[in-house]
Design a protein around this ligand. Structure first.
Ligand SMILES: [Zn+2]
Length: 207
C-alpha cells in the first residue's frame, strides 16, 4: 500500500498535494492565498550565517549609545536599554514592557532560535527539541518588531534636532545593521525546507 502524502495549509487546513516550486517561485494556498512555500537558495547556510551575525550585533546595538544629546554643554548618551529603564521610571511601565519585548527580548529570541535550528541542520545534528524550537521561531517572528523602535528613534531625533546637538553613537550603526540582517534573515528562512529537514534528520537518527 502506498502512502499518500498531503500538506495542510497552515491558515485554513485545506489538504493539498505537496507542490515543489522552483527557487525564486512561490506556492500559495488556492483557497485562502496563504504563502505555503517560498524556496530560497542555500536557505540553511544563509540563515545560519545571518543569525550568527545578528547575535554578534545584538550586544552593541543594545548596550552602546544610539544617540548622544548635547544640551547646554551637558552630554547625555541614550542606549536602547536606558530608554527602557527611563520609560519604566517615568511610570510608563506598559510602554517600557512593550519596547523591551518588541525591540530587545523577541529579536534576541528570534536570532537565538534561528541560530539553534539552522546550526543543527547545517551540521546535521539531530535534536528532539528541534520541532519545538521551530514552532517557537514561527510564532516569535511575528512579535519581533525592531522597525517600531526605529520609527521611535527617528521621531525623537527629528524633534530634538532643533533644540539640541545630536551625535550618532556606535550603537545606532550596530542597530541599523542589525535591522538589515534581521530583514535578510526573515527572507532567507524557507520554513517548508526547514520542517522537511528537521523530520529527515530526526527520523534517520531515531532509535
Ligand atoms: Zn489556505
Amino acid at each position: 500500500m502506498s502512502r499518500i502524502e498531503l500538506d495542510a495549509c497552515a491558515q485554513c487546513d485545506l489538504l493539498l498535494n505537496p507542490a515543489r516550486p522552483a527557487v525564486g517561485d512561490n506556492a500559495r494556498c488556492p483557497r485562502c492565498g496563504y504563502l505555503l512555500q517560498r524556496p530560497r537558495k542555500q536557505s540553511i547556510e544563509r540563515t545560519f550565517a545571518l543569525s550568527a551575525a545578528g547575535l554578534i550585533l545584538i550586544l552593541p546595538a543594545n548596550l552602546l549609545p544610539l544617540v548622544g544629546i548635547k544640551v547646554l554643554g551637558n552630554t547625555r548618551d541614550g542606549t536602547l536599554w536606558s530608554g527602557v529603564v527611563t520609560l519604566y521610571q517615568e511610570d510608563m511601565w506598559a510602554v517600557a514592557i512593550l519596547v523591551f519585548l518588541s525591540s530587545i527580548l523577541f529579536p534576541l529570541a528570534n536570532i537565538v532560535l534561528s541560530l539553534l535550528v539552522s546550526g543543527h541542520l547545517y551540521f546535521r545534528k539531530p535534536n528532539r527539541f528541534l520541532p519545538r524550537w521551530m514552532r517557537w521561531l514561527q510564532h516569535i517572528e511575528e512579535w519581533a518588531m525592531l522597525e517600531v523602535y526605529t520609527l521611535g528613534i527617528i521621531v525623537a531625533c527629528v524633534k530634538l534636532a532643533s533644540m539640541a546637538e545630536l551625535r550618532f553613537g556606535f550603537g545606532l550603526y550596530a542597530f541599523v545593521t542589525l535591522l538589515i540582517v534581521n530583514a535578510m534573515l526573515a527572507s532567507s528562512l524557507d520554513q517548508y525546507l526547514f520542517w522537511r529537514r528537521i523530520e529527515q534528520l530526526n527520523h534517520s537518527h531515531a532509535p
